[in-house]
Design a protein around this ligand. Structure first.
Ligand code: GP9
Ligand code: MN
Length: 618
């Protein structure tokens, strides 16, 4: 403590600089970035998070003595203010925080440099007030000049790390997995601070870059050979059936197959989706293949036919890659491509990733009228989201490829009394209990959307790809789940079966609909859609295959390495018989297990090495 006192009394200018940067950042959070908090812990984190970085930044001055120390204080104060200011300007334009790739993406830089003058405001000068004050104090000789001492940086480092770890621990408690899953930049800034966020971003980007640097152009040839050997011809009856039509993809939040055609206390959970089976191709053995990237992983699988990452979110780590994604390809064939989702642009790094995937437009929360009355849980209620999306759809040039992402059926499955169409379940899991009414609500909202599409004449001229993005009920709720499913227990085999999500391919006016049992996953959607709209998939690197191909083999690989075939399920080192979950000799699964591993390894090579940049342009 003595040393701490001594440290700051020796360098009062540094103390002033730290306190000013700290308070300034906090004020900027509130006024400039308009960061809202929902509880006191969050507010406390927001307040405290600039402190440790301010201490580390100004700590560098302690390596200098005499006049140099004071000059360094001003320099650091100026540079850190510039970082804040660039973020502010960027935020005014994109409602997002800077990331390294953005800084080096010239197109973005151009976007913003042209409008810097418009983005800057006179009051911004205030941001630099402390830099001026520090300079004045030095020039007016109001501060002491001291020689450097070896113990000073040590004391500062101990202090700063102490505060830093308290901050990170609190953030981790308040928002588990924030750093490992890195889902939202705004949240990262809110919880760990602007400067720490930039360091975190730099570490993430550098580790990613390294693998890219070592990749060679010949690597893609080997991958192409592999995927080509698995390419399947389309069903001639369905090839091109949707040519020139709008493709509307609906990602239904956390919807799992176990609720389809199921009841809760005698009432159907998804009456509309149950009826929809009759006039759609319905896939009852379709699996999500997502990992920590959740919704964003499912979007990635859909649009690229590649696997996301085993940890973290590919939307964050590899948003600068070349993908030859579905929106880009459809765009080249005359489609307008867009996403409609009433959330922040920066969530899952969508704003940057959608550019890489080739989307023309992202209708984010700004395009929706969202207020307390039409919101619940994560935001805009599905009914209102669908209703408001109708106008957006109507105003798009046709044909379009549009993905709509729902939100209400999201953990923790909150719902107002007025929207509860069926009761909650009664079990020891609040999560599972609440899941049923929100699924039922989503089903109702979705039915309304279909009615509206018909009223507006959009329906006839479109095809629909409707799927659940990932599980909603995790293994933590196995006891309650076994009760609901009337099973003694949920085994690892059952857990894999519970990764099934519904998939509907609905073609208005089409007659030959049926329930398809082929074992498949989200990775198969891209080649399927391409064939439906009449595009060849030759020369594309796809890890999935057309769901309608007559030669298709039942096979899906999950991101954790589990796989399912027509007869077997392999997970956590055990081979099961698919029919009844009986354990089998591992030999029954070994051939396909090798293929599953190969599949993931090749796909990872493409993503980590950014190999599609070497593929011939289409
Ligand atoms: C957020 C929404 C939900 O925008 O897509 O994300 P999730 O938590 O399901 O990945
Ligand atoms: Mn989701």
């Amino acid at each position: 403590m003595e040393k701490v006192k001594a440290l700051f009394s020796r360098s009062q200018l540094m103390l002033i600089a730290i306190v000013m940067l700290w308070f300034k950042t906090y004020i900027l959070y509130k006024v400039g970035f308009k960061i809202n908090t929902t509880n006191t812990v969050q507010e406390f984190l927001l307040f405290i998070n600039p402190l440790s970085s301010a201490m580390i930044l100004f700590g560098f001055c302690l390596f200098f003595g005499y006049k140099n120390r004071n000059t360094m204080i001003v320099v650091i104060s100026f540079l850190s203010t510039c970082v804040l200011y660039f973020n502010l300007l960027y935020y005014r334009f994109f409602s997002d925080f800077l990331t390294l790739p953005v800084l080096f993406q010239t197109s973005n830089a151009k976007d913003i440099s042209g409008s810097v003058i418009e983005l800057a405001r006179f009051v911004d000068v205030l941001l630099f007030a402390d830099v001026l004050l520090l300079t004045y104090l030095i020039l007016a000789k109001k501060v002491s000049i001291v020689p450097k001492k070896k113990w000073e940086p040590v004391v500062m480092a101990v202090l700063a790390t102490g505060i830093f770890f308290t901050n990170i621990t609190l953030a981790q408690i308040e928002r588990p997995q924030l750093l490992t899953r890195s889902f939202d930049r705004e949240m990262l800034v809110q919880y760990i601070g602007t400067f720490n966020y930039h360091v975190y971003d730099a570490v993430m980007q550098t580790s990613t870059k390294a693998q890219r640097v070592f990749a060679e152009s010949s690597d893609i040839l080997e991958v192409k050979q592999y995927t080509k050997s698995k390419e399947l011809p389309p069903d001639p009856e369905l090839f091109g059936i949707a040519e020139g039509k709008n493709v509307i993809v609906i990602s239904l939040e956390s919807l799992q197959t176990f609720v389809i055609n199921n009841t809760l206390y005698g009432e159907e959970v998804t009456p509309f989706l149950n009826r929809l089976i009759e006039d759609s191709y319905y896939f009852d053995n379709f699996y999500h293949q997502t990992a920590q990237g959740k919704t964003s992983d499912s979007e990635f699988l859909l649009d690229t036919s590649l696997f996301g990452r085993s940890s973290g979110a590919v939307f964050f780590t590899h948003s600068g890659n070349e993908y030859q994604a579905l929106p880009e390809t459809l765009g080249k064939h005359g489609y307008f491509t867009s996403v409609m989702h009433a959330n922040n642009r920066s969530f899952w790094n969508r704003d940057l990733m959608y550019n890489s995937l080739g989307y023309d437009h992202f209708y984010d929360i700004e395009y929706y009228d969202v207020h307390d009355e039409n919101s619940v849980g994560w935001g805009l209620k599905d009914y209102d989201f669908f209703e408001q999306s109708i106008d957006l759809l109507k105003n798009q040039p046709e044909p379009y490829y549009t993905k709509l992402i729902t939100l209400t059926n999201h953990f923790p499955f909150e719902l107002g009394e007025e929207d509860r169409l069926i009761p909650e379940y009664h079990s020891n899991s609040r999560t599972l209990n609440r899941y049923f009414p929100t699924v039922r609500y989503m089903d109702m909202a979705f039915e309304h959307f279909f009615d509206r599409l018909k009223e507006e004449g959009i329906y006839e001229n479109s095809i629909f790809i409707i799927y659940g993005d990932h599980y909603g009920i995790s293994e933590n709720h196995n006891r309650a789940m076994s009760m609901y499913l009337e099973k003694e227990e949920i085994t690892p085999f059952d857990t894999v079966q519970l990764q099934r999500v519904p998939l509907y391919i609905h073609i208005p006016g089409h007659r030959d609909n049926e329930v398809k049992n082929t074992v498949s996953g989200q990775i198969d959607l891209k080649p399927t859609i391409m064939h439906l709209v009449g595009l060849s998939t030759k020369n594309y690197v796809h890890f999935g295959s057309d769901l309608f191909s007559p030669n298709r083999e039942s096979f899906v690989v999950l991101r954790d390495g589990s796989h399912v075939t027509e007869y077997n399920v392999q997970t956590r080192g055990v081979c099961y018989r698919k029919r009844d979950g009986a354990e089998l000799d591992p030999l029954n699964c070994s051939r396909k297990m090798k293929e599953a591993e190969e599949h993931l390894a090749y796909s990872d090579r493409v993503v980590l090495g950014d190999l599609l940049r070497f593929a011939a342009p289409k």
